[in-house]
Write a protein that binds this ligand. Structure first.
Ligand SMILES: [Zn+2]
Length: 330
C-alpha cells in the first residue's frame, strides 16, 4: 500500500520514515497503543511539530498544566505567549499586577519577579507593563504616556542591582526616565500547609490562530486514526490547509460542560486525562478537546457536515486509551 500524506498529498514512499503522534508526545504516551499515524509525511511531521506541537506544549495553559502532571521539561524556556501577574493583594501589596518571569518548566516552580517598567497609558487610563527582556521592542511616545517628568511610572525589580541596571538601560535607550513614583523591590509569598511558599498568580494566554491550528491538528489526527478513510474525503481539505499552512479561519470557543456525561460530575472529572471527541452538532462536525479537567475547547471542524460515526477517547499518561462515544446529553 502506498501512503499519501493527509496534510500535503505527498506520495513519495521515501518520505514516510517517521510517525506522527495523534496526541503530541510531550503530553504523554498511552500504553502499548499510543496512537500514531503513518499517513503524515516527514516534512509535514517536522513542520507541524516545530510550529504547533512545541507551542502547545510550552506556551499554553494546557502546556503548563502538563508540568503539574509531573511531565517536566529538561530545558529552561520562557513562556513568551503567556503573561503571569501577581494576583493576591495580601502577598503582593504594592506589587499587585506585577509581572513574573514565568514558570520554570524543569521544576514547575514560579520564576522570580520580572524586572519591569509599569507605566500609565494616558489614552486608556490603564497601566501597561514592559519587562526588561522586552527592551528594544517598545516605545514610549509622549502623546500616549505623557512627557518625561509627567509620566506615571514605577519600576519593579527583584533586587536593587536589577532595578538600577534597568533604569540605566532605559536612559541609554533614549527614554528620559525621570523617576517620580516609588520603586518596588521584593515580594512576600504566603506559605501553604506544608510550609512551601506559594504566590497567587494570574495567568493569561491567547487563544489565537496558532493555538487553534495546534488543537485542530489533534482532532484531524484523531479522525485519521479512528475513522480511517473518512479524512480522505475532500470535505476535510480546508481544515487540512488551515492546520498545515494557516490558511483560512476556524470557529472555536471555550466551554466548561462535562466531557463524559454519566461518568463524571461537575466537580469530579478525569483530572489526569486528555479527552478528545468528534461529534455532530447542529452547525456541523465539532471537535472537542479537554486537558486535565480544565480547558475544554470546541472547534467547528466541518461546517454543515455530519459524521457517520461519532467517537470519543480518554488519554491518560502511561495507560491504554479508553474509547467512548457521545459524551453530551442527547
Ligand atoms: Zn505532508
Amino acid at each position: 500500500m502506498t501512503a499519501t500524506c493527509i496534510y500535503c498529498d505527498e506520495g513519495d514512499p521515501g518520505k514516510f520514515a517517521g510517525r506522527e503522534h495523534v496526541i503530541p508526545q510531550a503530553f504523554g504516551s498511552f500504553g502499548g497503543q499510543t496512537p500514531t499515524l503513518k499517513c503524515v509525511c516527514d516534512p509535514c511531521n517536522g513542520a507541524l511539530g516545530r510550529e504547533l506541537d512545541q507551542m502547545l506544549a510550552r506556551e499554553t495553559l494546557e502546556g503548563l498544566a502538563r508540568y503539574g502532571q509531573g511531565r517536566l521539561s529538561k530545558e529552561m524556556r520562557p513562556q513568551r505567549r503567556l503573561r503571569f501577574t501577581l494576583a493576591d493583594e495580601t502577598e503582593a501589596g504594592g506589587m499587585l499586577g506585577a509581572a513574573i518571569t514565568g514558570l520554570d518548566p524543569t521544576t514547575n516552580q514560579l520564576m522570580p519577579l520580572a524586572t519591569q517598567l509599569q507605566i500609565e497609558n494616558r489614552q486608556t487610563g490603564k497601566t501597561e507593563i514592559f519587562t526588561r527582556e522586552a527592551l528594544g521592542s517598545f516605545d514610549l511616545p509622549d502623546e500616549v504616556y505623557g512627557p518625561p517628568g509627567a509620566r506615571k511610572l514605577t519600576i519593579f525589580a527583584p533586587s536593587k542591582e536589577e532595578h538600577d541596571a534597568f533604569l540605566d538601560e532605559l536612559n541609554q535607550a533614549g527614554f528620559d526616565m525621570r523617576m517620580q513614583g516609588p520603586s518596588q523591590l521584593g515580594i512576600n509569598p504566603s506559605a501553604d500547609e506544608t510550609g512551601q511558599a506559594t504566590l497567587g498568580i494570574h495567568i493569561e494566554g491567547t487563544f489565537d490562530q496558532l493555538h487553534r491550528r495546534a488543537l485542530a491538528k489533534i482532532c484531524l489526527n484523531f479522525a485519521a486514526f479512528y475513522l480511517g478513510d473518512e479524512v480522505g474525503s475532500p470535505r476535510w481539505t480546508n481544515l487540512k490547509r488551515f492546520i498545515r499552512y494557516g490558511e483560512g479561519e476556524l470557529g472555536a470557543r471555550l466551554s466548561d460542560g462535562p466531557f463524559w456525561t454519566g461518568q463524571e460530575t461537575a466537580t469530579m472529572r478525569f483530572p489526569d486525562a486528555i479527552n478528545v471527541r468528534l461529534e455532530n452538532h447542529e452547525r456541523g462536525v465539532v471537535g472537542v478537546i479537554q486537558f486535565y479537567n480544565r480547558y475544554t475547547y470546541e472547534l467547528l471542524l466541518l461546517e454543515g457536515q455530519r459524521l457517520d460515526r461519532e467517537i470519543a477517547a480518554r488519554f491518560e499518561d502511561g495507560q491504554e486509551p479508553t474509547l467512548g462515544t457521545r459524551g453530551r446529553p442527547s
